[in-house]
Design a protein around this ligand. Structure first.
Ligand code: F0G
Length: 386
């Protein structure tokens, strides 16, 4: 079975929209759940209780490949050729890889905000030959632009508004459960940007419970960056909930109106999640409802500190991914997560995606090197051991 080499399609019984002959795969989703006791100590967990689902191991270096394989399969099924996305970098990298690695005539068109994309990701788009358009504005602007253009010109849209993307991303949870022998963890902690993952995870759990494969969902924690905190603001402070399928859209519009009036743009070092108008907002509310979810926000400093813990623990991730670990730590401090809970944080993207942020962070340590060395001795001088 050639599809068994895909960590997405070996679960095809749970995403049954595609005939196997139509599947577009590049061997995505062969990712692992890693025990992370060192990181767990920094988070405040008992030994063996923190695990990291390492999606940076995907072919394009982020979790996006789980969704791309499904959306490309659908595009192939309907005969689409031109495929487009707006992106903070990883969606575009994955799109470019799937176009260049396959031979079905796909042409990649990418919209990015000006100066808003980490170099590792931009390099991927260019190296894989995608038509890359930089627009004036940020991701939210690029997103509305690509939706308009795709609509007008009949181009297949690969952002996570595309429901097939989310079908593929469900399998991240299947692999987590598989690695835990189908014992449900207490918590899944995931960064929130466009809210595709959190929505997909919720859908996965709704279906698994419905099918009787698990008896209850884990609790879901979605972590925003402080500078891109629409979900936290609306769910936390304004208590917007999933109600009979209809969230309070007046309140959502009012919030966006406030952002516009104040001229507020999303801003965080975690550029992957620098998003103020998440396209999957409603679906995410449904996931939070089903999974007894919580939403938190973390600062750039908390994100970068957590990223360094991950690095010191021998794995690696980009800033946005570390929001999950920073969020787990915050929830531990609040006592919402207990030290004995079984917690899975999703590392959404690879360490090498955004070297600039990493070097800038540790560069600050370098300046203090002599001071640290002088005052505390050699043992404390390690950069990673914060
Ligand atoms: N982590 C990484 C590394 C990402 O690239 C993204 C989203 C997220 C988390 C947020 O995931 O949207 O499912 O809530 N990146 C998109 C992009 C927006 O264009 O690459 P989400």
């Amino acid at each position: 079975d050639p599809l068994c080499f895909s960590g997405v399609w070996r679960f095809r019984d749970l995403l049954p929209f595609a005939p196997p002959s139509q599947v577009v795969t590049i061997g995505e989703g062969r990712t692992l759940l890693q025990k992370a006791d060192k990181v767990g100590r920094s988070v405040g967990m008992d030994p063996g209780r923190l695990m990291l689902q390492y999606e940076g191991m995907n072919p394009s270096g982020s979790f996006k490949d789980n969704g791309m394989t499904a959306a490309f399969t659908h595009a192939r099924m309907i005969g689409a050729r031109r495929v487009a996305c707006a992106s903070t970098g990883n969606t575009s990298a994955a799109l470019a890889v799937y176009c260049s690695a396959t031979d079905f005539g796909f042409k990649a068109i990418i919209f990015i905000g000006s100066g808003k994309i980490a170099y590792g990701k931009l390099a991927q788009a260019l190296d894989h030959g995608a038509l890359t358009v930089q627009i004036v504005g940020d991701f939210d602007d690029a997103m509305s632009r690509v939706r308009e253009v795709a609509d007008r010109l009949g181009i297949y849209l690969m952002n996570s508004v595309n429901p097939f993307r989310l079908e593929g991303q469900k399998t991240i949870m299947y692999r987590v459960l598989e690695a835990m022998a189908w014992e449900v963890p207490d918590w899944i902690v995931v960064p929130g940007g466009n809210l595709g993952n959190s929505s997909a995870f919720g859908k996965a759990f709704i279906e698994l419970v419905h099918l009787g494969l698990i008896s209850r969902p884990p609790r879901l924690a979605v972590i925003n960056a402080h500078g891109a905190r629409t979900l936290h603001e609306l769910y936390g402070s304004r208590e917007i909930r999933w109600r009979d399928g209809l969230p309070d859209s007046d309140k959502v519009d009012a919030y966006y109106g406030e952002l516009d009036a104040a001229g507020v743009k999303a801003s965080t070092i975690a550029s992957a999640i620098e998003i103020n108008r998440p396209v999957n907002f409603k679906k995410c509310l449904r996931a939070l409802e089903f999974c007894d979810g919580v939403v938190r926000e973390v600062s750039d400093q908390q994100i970068m500190d957590a990223k360094a813990w991950v690095g010191a623990g021998g794995l690696g991730c980009e800033p946005a991914s570390a929001a999950s670990v920073a969020g787990a730590r915050l929830l531990r401090e609040e006592g919402v997560i207990a030290p004995s809970d079984r917690v899975v944080c999703i590392l959404t993207g690879h360490q090498l995606k955004d070297p600039t942020a990493t070097v800038a962070y540790h560069g600050a340590d370098q300046e203090n090197f002599e001071k640290v060395l002088g005052s505390r001795g050699v043992k404390r001088a390690g950069f990673a051991n914060r």
